[in-house]
Every structure is written in C-alpha cells, then in structure tokens.
Ligand binder design. Structure first.
Ligand code: IPE
Ligand code: IPE
Ligand code: MG
Length: 244
C-alpha cells in the first residue's frame, strides 16, 4: 500500500443487509445484526492504515419509511453496540459522533449517543462518524436555516461558511466513498462533501464485506487520477496537433 496517498476520509454506504438475509431465507433483521458485526473490523482496518476519518451510513432519513419493527431492531442494535464499544473507542483513541437529524431519534438512543460523543470528544486517532437519520439535503437545509437565523449578509455566504455548518464540520471531505450491494447511487449520503470524492462500487453485500476488500478499495483509489477540475501536470503532455 502506497503510504503517501492513503485517503484521509473514507465513507461507506453499508448496503445489502436485507438481501443477505433474504438469500438465506432469514428475516431482514438478521442481516442488520450481521451487518453491525462487520463494523469493528472496518474501524480496526481504518486505524491500521492511518485514516483520519471514517463515515458509516447506518440509517438514512428516508429509512424512516421502513416498517416499524425493522426500525426498532436497527435502533436497538445501535444502542447496544454503542454502549458495548464505548470502552473500545477509549482504548483505541476513537472520537465518535453522529451526523444526521437527531430530532426523530428515540430518547434512549439519543442518551447513549450523547454519552459516547462526550466521552470520546478528546480522542485523536480516528473520527468515526455514524450517519444516522441522515440525509444530505436535510443537512444542507439545516445549514441554510442557521445562516438565515443568524441574519448573515449575502456576501458572507460562501463554501467555507456552509462547510462549517455541516454536521461533518472539522473533518475533511471524503476522498473515497464505497458502496456495497451492487447499487450505484449515492442515496442522499454526504451530498455537499462528496463533490470530488472517488467512488468504489462492489457487488459484495455489506454482511460479507471484509477488511481485505476495504484495502482493495483503497488500492483502487490510489490508482485514480484526481484533477479537481484542473489539468494534471504530472502526466506527460499529449502530442499537440497545432504543432506547438
Ligand atoms: C442497509 O441494508 C442497511 C440500512 C439501510 C438500514 P438494507 O436494509 O438496505 O439491505 P437491502 O438493500 O434491502 O438488501
Ligand atoms: C442507503 O441504503 C442507506 C444506508 C445504507 C444506510 P438504502 O437501501 O436505504 O438505499 P436505496 O433505497 O437502495 O437507495
Ligand atoms: Mg438497501
């Protein structure tokens, strides 16, 4: 692995839990249980290669449309996993935070989140962002509302201001976004922040995703040429047909 081009921030759209379970004749929630079990291995791999931030899409704002019993299993899993991982986060130097709309979260989940966020706030090795009740459009609208409420004048509104009001404030934009399960779409994840992210799509369903495949995605990322709209001066110039 090329050390000089390790992504600073990786986002993962952890998709395919339901299909993983259905393929085995199991209820969808069994897929969510298996999915949660994959998370600690990813966090370990991310810290291992020196990534600064890992954002995991756990539950979208649109996922509130799902059946109530599926939602309550997901919320329950989140609560128990967070309480269980707290000490591990402290040991490993992981700062945990939620990105997303907190208004709809059950009170008990909110309380655990607050405890883990406060407890890990000073940790420096890796920022682990869990996108929960998250929608990119919702995040942009919440930021816009804050700007309007502050009475800011139009000429102070710029990209830096918006970035500072996003839930991800202080974390660099994702260099690489991975989506499992074969779907090739963003599903409202990090819309503002993904302007120049590289994408890696895999057919692997999230409960089958491994550390090795994460490293494979990083290797693939390292082969990409990121130009950010400019010309890449490190590439040899093409023959100039104007004779120059
Ligand atoms: C991703 O798996 C987890 C959540 C969205 C909560 P899905 O539940 O979307 O699984 P599929 O896409 O139906 O297989
Ligand atoms: C996106 O997956 C959200 C998460 C992985 C948490 P979905 O399964 O909800 O997305 P769509 O509906 O296939 O776009
Ligand atoms: Mg899905």
């Amino acid at each position: 692995m090329e050390k000089s081009s390790i992504p600073k921030h990786i986002g993962i759209i952890m998709d395919g839990n339901g299909r993983w379970a259905e393929m085995r004749g199991l209820p969808r929630v069994e897929g969510h249980k298996r999915g949660v079990e994959r998370v600690s291995e990813m966090v370990e791999a991310a810290t291992g290669i020196g990534i600064e931030a890992l954002s995991l899409y756990a539950f979208s704002i649109e996922n509130w449309k799902r059946p109530e019993d599926e939602i309550s299993v997901i919320m329950g899993l989140l609560e128990t996993t967070l309480s269980r991982e707290f000490l591990n986060f402290m040991r490993e130097g992981i700062r945990f935070r939620i990105i997303g709309n907190r208004d709809r979260l059950p009170r008990t989940v909110g309380a655990v989140i607050e405890q883990v966020e406060k407890g890990t706030a000073e940790n420096k090795r890796l920022t682990l962002q869990c996108a929960l009740s998250y929608g990119g459009r919702d995040e942009i609208i919440r930021a816009a509302k804050k700007i309007v409420q502050s009475g800011a004048s139009a000429d102070t509104v710029n990209e830096e201001l918006f970035s500072s009001l996003m839930d991800t404030a202080g974390v660099p934009d994702p260099d690489l976004i991975i989506r499992t399960s074969g779907e090739q779409r963003i599903s409202n994840f990090l819309l503002w922040q993904s302007a120049y992210s590289e994408f890696y799509f895999t057919d692997t369903l999230w409960p089958d995703f491994t550390k090795d495949e994460l490293l494979e995605a990083v290797r693939e990322y390292q082969k990409r040429s990121r130009r950010f709209g400019a010309v890449n001066l490190s590439q040899p110039k093409a023959f100039n047909s104007w004779g120059g």
